[in-house]
Design a protein around this ligand. Structure first.
Ligand SMILES: O=C(O)CCC(=O)C1=CC=C[C@@H](O)[C@@H]1C(=O)O
Ligand SMILES: [Mg+2]
Length: 375
């Protein structure tokens, strides 16, 4: 597969409602979209999940732009790629920068699937024709509003409710939610807001039968998570601590986690995500697909990955309308009674709405074989 062109676009899309985590509140999302084109004019699409600021990880839109433009684009333009699984190896000498790598590698996977005339799901080895999904709700300190928000999503059929917690907004909130919704599968995402000293407090969450507590401790830790897990009945799920198959192996061996939230961008792309999935299947560790407030392109990649057999827990891939007045794909991702039907079209299976794409584009860069910057 010879990639003839790479187009990188910076988009800005306003979120339908602000998204609050223990780090802060977002009203709009700035992110990069990568398009790779072959000699036949096929386009493969990828999306970077890096945010404008380094609050989730050290990567940002601007660091991604630098790495993609100055390192990754020349590599994909200069190499004849037989299979997208080779891209990881081509990028291996470049340290970290997983979200930048994932945006380009994902576009190559989409292009490959289109050339092979298969869905991205099939190209990854997925079998499911529809996937179960949950919903992630940002922090809302108004308890009545939070209850109504949860009720709305439960009535829409979402298969699991994820609530964000932080010190001072945890046990009482989960007690009230469990009282209101005694049978709904529910989990708490702490985004590293706690310390090992909070063990006794976190043990109080055990009474609520949560499916998991996500990333309670430091974003680069697996040692203290192992100590905490030995004290908790509720399974710990790691998100920010896991960047690779190696991190996964070590965390499982240490007993730091019983569930893994796989985010394609965080682990460097679909190939590594698949390796983590396969390893967790072998070790009986269930996985689910996390979200990063993606547009429809990133959402489509999440849907395809979630068709793999060990994605046995509902992920955070909600419908487009949860986030966007108008998404950049046609049709938009929709959720019916907690399920997303896997698209049957080749590659990501959704068309990119080029008018909407251009409307949200605030900057763009074009690269082709003739113009690839010389290293
Ligand atoms: O995309 C979604 O709907 C889920 C987003 C979400 O829950 C998160 C995105 C990024 C960081 C966190 O706030 C949280 C997570 O950790 O999964
Ligand atoms: Mg998380």
């Amino acid at each position: 597969m010879k990639i003839m062109e790479v187009n990188v676009r910076k988009l800005k899309m306003v979120l339908k409602q602000p998204f609050t985590t223990s780090f802060g509140t977002f009203q709009e999302k700035e992110f990069l979209v990568v398009e790779v084109k072959d000699e036949k004019g096929n386009s493969g699409w990828g999306e970077s999940v890096a945010f404008h600021s380094p609050w989730y990880s050290e990567e940002t839109v601007e660091t991604n732009l630098h790495i993609i433009r100055d390192f990754l684009v020349p590599i994909v333009l200069e190499n004849d790629i037989g299979h997208p699984e080779e891209v990881n190896g081509l990028f291996a000498h470049l340290r970290k920068n997983n979200m930048a790598k994932s945006a380009v590698e994902g576009a190559v996977w989409d292009l490959y699937a289109k050339r092979e005339q298969v869905t991205l799901a099939r190209a990854l080895g997925g079998q499911l024709e529809k996937i179960e999904v949950g919903i992630s709700i940002g922090i809302n300190e108004n308890m009545q509003e939070l209850i109504e928000t949860v009720r709305g999503f439960v009535e829409e059929g979402y298969k699991r409710i994820k609530v964000k917690i932080k010190p001072g907004f945890d046990v009482d909130v989960m007690r009230e939610l469990r009282k209101q919704f005694p049978d709904v599968p529910m989990m708490a995402d702490a985004n590293s807001a706690y310390r090992l000293d909070d063990t006794e407090l976190l043990k109080e969450l055990d009474e609520f039968g949560l499916t998991m507590i996500e990333q309670p401790l430091a974003s680069d830790d697996i040692i203290d998570h192992a100590k905490l897990q030995s004290q908790l009945k509720t399974p710990i799920c790691l998100d920010e601590s896991i960047h690779s198959l190696e991190d996964t192996r070590k965390a499982i061996e240490l007993g730091s986690t019983k569930i893994i939230n796989i985010k394609i961008g965080r682990v460097g792309g679909l190939t590594e995500a698949k390796k983590i999935h396969d390893y967790c299947l072998e070790k009986n560790i269930p996985v689910w697909c996390g979200g990063m407030l993606e547009s429809g392109i990133g959402r489509a990649h999440n849907v395809a990955l979630t068709t793999l057999p060990n994605f046995v827990l509902p992920g955070d891939t909600a419908g487009s309308s949860r986030y966007w007045e108008q998404d950049i794909i046609l049709p938009e991702v929709t959720v019916e009674d907690g399920y997303i039907t896997v698209p049957e079209g080749n590659g990501i299976g959704y068309e990119v709405d080029r008018q909407a794409l251009e409307r949200y584009t605030v900057d763009k860069w074009h690269f082709s074989n003739q113009e690839a910057p010389v290293q």
